[in-house]
Design a protein around this ligand. Structure first.
Ligand SMILES: [Fe+2]
Length: 180
């Protein structure tokens, strides 16, 4: 049984993946690092322009080749959340991201399609030893590595604390459009 926890006006599932799955996802995402970029800056996020590019980000397009585990995790999420007719999120669709020391996500809301709001399910494949927690509305969320947490990204302002230390923050984000 998955342990569902509630905090900050949203909820999360603890240990949504096991250690082997975590490693598999981590290896896949790290292998894409060279393809990641913030070549189209969004949200005027300052740390996109710092030397060393501390934030890495890649949108996963429908035709992109993805490992089997990407689909397995997605199917588990669809089942659990009763999403029977998944509609993609605008713009960033699904994405993978890596955030290193000193970087963070600046406050923003995601784009929405008319009459829909964007919801993202974020899987924390790697979580730093300090910092890097999501700030959701006004609350800092006590998330953990291997947790999947729901972010109503189109309607709740969100950001993150600055990542501290060497351990990377690695996120796999599944995006959907839900009807209002
Ligand atoms: Fe966002």
């Amino acid at each position: 049984m998955l342990d569902k926890v509630y905090f900050g006006g949203t909820y999360a599932y603890k240990n949504f993946i096991n250690d082997d799955e975590r490693l598999e996802l981590e290896e896949w995402i790290l292998s894409k690092k060279e393809l990641m970029t913030f070549s189209r800056p969004i949200n005027s996020e300052e740390d996109q322009y710092t030397p060393g590019l501390k934030r890495h980000f890649k949108v996963l397009h429908p035709d992109d080749k993805k490992p089997e585990i990407f689909h397995r995790v997605r199917n588990k999420l669809l089942d659990l959340e009763n999403i029977t007719n998944p509609l993609p999120a605008p713009g960033n669709l699904d994405w993978i991201g890596i955030v290193g020391e000193g970087a963070y996500v600046e406050p923003h809301c995601d784009a929405n399609f008319p009459n829909y709001y964007t919801v993202r399910y974020n899987l924390l494949v790697s979580f730093p030893d300090a910092g890097g927690r999501p700030i959701y509305g006004d609350e800092i969320l006590p998330v953990e590595e291997k947790m999947l947490w729901r972010c109503d990204a189109g309607i709740v302002k969100h950001s993150s604390e600055i990542v501290k230390g060497d351990k990377l923050r690695i996120n796999l984000s599944y995006g959907f459009s839900f009807e209002f």
